[in-house]
Ligand binder design. Structure first.
Ligand code: 13P
Ligand code: SF4
Length: 302
């Protein structure tokens, strides 16, 4: 394993690739990444780096966002089928129909396809969804695809949020974690604080001490006096947390596994570098339009 990691690092250097990985990647992958972050951090970083070649380790919508923002850079991924079912649940037809019906801005969660982003007005991530919706000059907004994030944003902003596609828009990894799963761990570790991703259901939100994106979860323990945390998100998030805070205890939700994130492994990463595959391609006519809501998001964050 260590040999494989060394080979990957060496080849990436020789071929001029920077390795960007999402926080949900497995321990081995976290260890070979040049940069590990949440979807917003990775998208922003990709625009700042000078490297012309990016090996991206996460799922397709994240790689697409990087390509949209960096059309001249080469972006490769090791597993073409690593996708996000929630992102794929929001089609452009649904957005067009909802906008026609309600005539209000559409805020698209970055966990969405490039094709769908073409029809949205603003993008957002789990780290800035509340801030973005607050700043939009409208009391009602359409929001998709995550219904749980939509309801969290509604709670925090007091605005009317219409979820699209609605009941079917959720992340299975987060949505199926039950209140009982968390309470059982709470019983075992009564002093542990519950820190949750906003893709969890309302019933989990209600028993959480803190809610935030993966990068926000990472900052929380720094200022918090507690030393035990139940981390309600994809199970490998704790790998990074344990490394940053070796004296604190992080408890994972065992069943919370994003199968698509786990399609990347050291073997296919090495192959990706050897063959410089699979290149992420977003047609320019899609990319130009999909960039608009992302740029509008960055403008609102200034
Ligand atoms: P973050 O933007 O918080 O990293 O979340 C991405 C994601 O896919 C959550 O399921
Ligand atoms: Fe999609 Fe959920 Fe996996 Fe995130 S954890 S990539 S939202 S399926």
């Amino acid at each position: 394993m260590e040999l494989l990691k060394k080979k990957i690092k060496k080849l990436a250097k020789e071929k001029g690739y920077i390795i960007l990985a999402h926080n949900y990647q497995s321990r081995d992958i976290q260890e070979i990444a040049d940069y590990l972050g949440d979807s917003l951090q990775l998208a922003r970083l990709a625009t700042r780096i000078k490297d012309e070649k990016i090996l991206f380790l996460g799922v397709d919508f994240m790689a697409e966002t990087i390509k949209i923002l960096n059309p001249n850079k080469k972006v490769i991924v090791p597993a073409r089928s690593a996708t996000c079912p929630m992102a794929n649940s929001l089609t452009s037809e649904l957005i067009i129909a909802a906008k026609k019906k309600y005539n209000v801005p559409f805020v698209i969660y970055v966990n969405s396809t490039a094709q769908s982003k073409m029809y949205a007005d603003f993008a957002c991530t789990s780290a800035n969804a509340v801030e973005i919706v607050k700043k939009i000059d409208s009391d009602t907004v359409l929001f998709g695809p995550d219904k749980n994030l939509a309801s969290y944003v509604a709670e925090k902003t007091g605005k009317k949020i219409i979820p699209v596609p609605g009941e079917t828009g959720y992340c299975y990894v987060h949505n199926y974690i039950t209140k009982e799963d968390v309470l059982e761990l709470k019983k075992k570790y009564p002093k542990a604080k519950v820190i949750s991703h906003p893709e969890v259901s309302k019933e989990i939100r209600e028993i959480s001490d803190y809610i935030g994106s993966t990068s926000q979860m990472e900052k929380f323990p720094k200022l918090d006096k507690g030393n035990k945390y139940i981390v309600v998100t994809e199970k490998d998030m704790v790998v990074k947390l344990r490394k940053i805070y070796p004296k604190k205890m992080f408890i994972q939700i065992d069943g919370a596994i994003c199968n698509n994130m786990k399609k990347n492994n050291l073997k296919n990463i090495l192959l990706a570098l050897e063959k410089e595959q699979f290149e992420v391609e977003v047609p320019l006519e899609v990319s130009e339009k999909a960039k608009i809501p992302i740029k509008n998001m960055f403008k609102l964050m200034e």
